[in-house]
Design a protein around this ligand. Sequence first.
Ligand SMILES: [Zn+2]
Length: 264
Amino acid sequence: LSDEISKFFETIPLQKIEGIGIGAPMANHFTGFIEDAHNLPWHNNINIVKLLKNNFNTPIVLSNDANAAAIGEMVYGNAKDLDNFIVITLGTGVGAGIVINKKILLGASGYAGEIGHTTAIIEGRQCNCGRKGCLETYCSANGIIETAKELIEKNNDSLLHGIQNLSTIDIYNAAIKGDKVSNEVFNITGKILGYQLAQATLITSPSHIFIFGGVANAKDLILNPIRNSFYNNLLNVFKSSVKIELSGLPQGNAAILGAASLVL
Ligand SMILES: [Zn+2]
């Protein structure tokens, strides 16, 4: 990682660098550690801030990737004038950057917002964290593919039959061609996520929830079932005050810009 950063630094004059901001899963803002990141290729705990400080004499700030996305949304995206909002990142995992009174919620441990490991289905699918039924076993990219595989087994007439290494893009492409199974995959995913966001709203009372990440590229296909399930399951007092929208930043950029904003 240091080599990659050094290569990048060679392209810009050193006096113009204000610092290094890092957004990563299971990253702890307080300790500088990335711990137990099930979706990264290494599995031991590493103090990435300390390691990089050996090589770079500049401020280095670490935060969870979903928090970085939320800061990106706040500084550059659709949340510029908002005080209370949540950014949900849908990708390899499912994360939440929660902003309350314009501040990222870190919590006592620094791990606040681990919505991907809240229980969506009691005794449900096995999660990499060792527990069962976590939200990300249904709504991450892998979770969505798993749902598709389950439905394909029960339906003989899907366009998804016979596709090797099925991806969420395959499912999206089939869905827009009218494939019933693929549309059902998005409906099931949105239903579970919307339900869970209704629970999160009870606890944090956001004005907006933004959906970010690769899966958000499915736009209305995923957004409509999320909204349906969300409003059907939301406590009445919140119904007129919470909006669910797609992230306002191009794919990939919110987290990178947010990570950069950590040092500003
Ligand atoms: Zn889990």
